[in-house]
Design a binder for this molecule. Structure first.
Ligand SMILES: [Zn+2]
Length: 274
């Protein structure tokens, strides 16, 4: 059995959690005990937990993410979401420093606010992330809300940051969907750029089977283009994508077994020191 690590999951106890409609579409209850049960029944050894967005557009406070991880019996590790303000950056850094044995990285939500990844407001965050060897995840690609800014969420905007900070470990979330080949180019070009496969199959389209085939073909192309799968990471984006669809997607990628195993877990194990 390969090691399976979920590099991207969400949870909260909040009724104003903006991911609840996704959970409903997927027939999920969307709470910590369901997430842990799904992880165990699908052989997921560990997961990274990220703030979900709330109805007012803000992310769930990082402390709530830390609390859920503490209740997870060692299955979940926090990734702190960092909004583009000096105050938010210094608060997140203080939390990361006081919980350095559990925090596994940071997340920046591109496309939800009009800010690019190389904005100077994030400089102290990147300095710390490099010093502590903590990856920074970037939301990229389609935004969950129709008011998002695709210009700011395009994965190619991360090229400038990757050039300037070649020792910062960058994770492009959702393969930058629909710009999967643009993301493949970033992964190929930069030794420090990774990408996760989370949250690609969202919703209940009549074409869900065809769409999984389409995605699997695109991701296979991305692996062929990059010449390997050493920097691709399995992720669910629970509750946006079910564990079953997430694993089905990896099963359909046409790559060698060793590369599928890398995607499922060994890449994440190494990257996040799990
Ligand atoms: Zn997500």
């Amino acid at each position: 059995m390969p090691t399976i690590i979920d590099s991207h999951a969400h949870c909260s106890n909040r009724r104003d959690d903006a991911l609840i409609p996704y959970a409903k579409k997927n027939g999920l209850r969307y709470d910590l005990s369901e997430l842990l049960t799904k992880m165990r029944s699908n052989g997921v050894e560990a997961g990274l937990l990220l703030s979900p967005p709330l109805d007012d557009g803000s992310p769930l406070p990082n402390q709530a993410v830390m609390d859920l991880c503490e209740q997870s019996g060692g299955l979940l590790f926090p990734v702190l979401t960092v909004e583009p303000s000096r105050e938010a950056v210094s608060l997140a850094l203080a939390l990361a420093k006081s919980h350095s044995n559990s925090v596994k990285g940071f997340k920046v939500r591109l496309g939800y606010l009009p800010v690019f990844a190389d904005d100077p407001v994030f400089d102290p965050l990147y300095d710390h992330a490099i010093q502590e060897d903590l990856p920074v995840l970037f939301h990229a690609g389609d935004t969950a809300t129709s008011s998002g800014s695709l210009v700011h969420a395009h994965p190619l905007t991360l090229d400038r940051l990757a050039n300037r900070r070649s020792d910062l470990k960058i994770v492009v979330c959702h393969m930058g969907n629909p710009w999967i080949m643009d993301t493949a180019e970033l992964v190929y070009k930069h030794a420090n750029v990774y990408a996760d496969l989370s949250g690609l199959v969202a919703g209940d389209s009549r074409y869900v089977k065809e769409y999984i085939d389409y995605l699997a073909a695109k991701i296979s192309d991305a692996v062929y283009f990059a010449g390997g799968a050493e920097k691709l990471l399995f992720g669910t984006d629970y509750p946006v994508q079910t564990h079953e669809n997430s694993l089905e997607l990896v099963r359909r990628i046409k790559v060698e077994r060793a590369d599928a195993d890398r995607i499922l877990g060994s890449n994440a194990k190494r990257l996040f020191a799990l």
